[in-house]
Write a protein that binds this ligand. Structure first.
Ligand SMILES: Cc1cc2nc3c(=O)[nH]c(=O)nc-3n(C[C@H](O)[C@H](O)[C@H](O)COP(=O)(O)O)c2cc1C
Length: 134
């Protein structure tokens, strides 16, 4: 099982309202490819976890990297894992940043129990970044 996490810069045309439709369209394709994962968006950057059979994940990543809705995609983790961390999410989107006392703890608690400790830290750190005006 290949588990991959990337970060990218959101394109200037992309609007927050497009996030949910994007994730739903992605989920439909991912079901056909046996891919699961999650997508976080903070207004300026995306962070996405993709997991599945290695060749499927790599070809999905190539398609995603060529998408004009973002740019500067950098893979920050590419690892072989024994099991899926998001077995029930074909693609689930989260709006961040987190705000207010305890929000990071609540966010981390809402992640699947199957999330590995490092993945939990990576996503919670990203989700805690303040929003910077584009
Ligand atoms: C941030 C972001 C995340 C995406 N995630 C996925 C994904 O998980 N799976 C997927 O098939 N496409 C995803 N897409 C969409 C692909 O870039 C692409 O539009 C889609 O796979 C259809 O490919 P095609 O236009 O070559 O037919 C994502 C796009 C963006 C901008």
């Amino acid at each position: 099982m290949l588990s991959l996490i990337y970060v990218s810069s959101v394109g200037p045309q992309f609007r927050e309202a497009e996030l949910e439709p994007l994730a739903q369209a992605a989920a439909t394709i991912n079901v056909a490819n046996g891919i699961t994962g999650m997508l976080a968006y903070n207004g300026t950057h995306f962070m996405q976890l993709l997991e599945g059979e290695a060749a499927r994940v790599e070809e999905t990543l190539e398609r995603i990297a060529a998408d004009p809705r973002h740019s500067g995609l950098v893979v920050i983790r590419r690892d072989s894992r024994a099991a899926r961390e998001c077995p029930d999410w074909s693609m689930r989107a989260f709006l961040t940043p987190l705000a207010g006392a305890g929000s990071a703890t609540r966010f981390a608690a809402g992640l699947p129990v199957s999330f590995a400790a490092d993945t939990r830290v990576i996503f919670t750190s990203f989700a805690s970044l303040p929003r910077v005006a584009a």
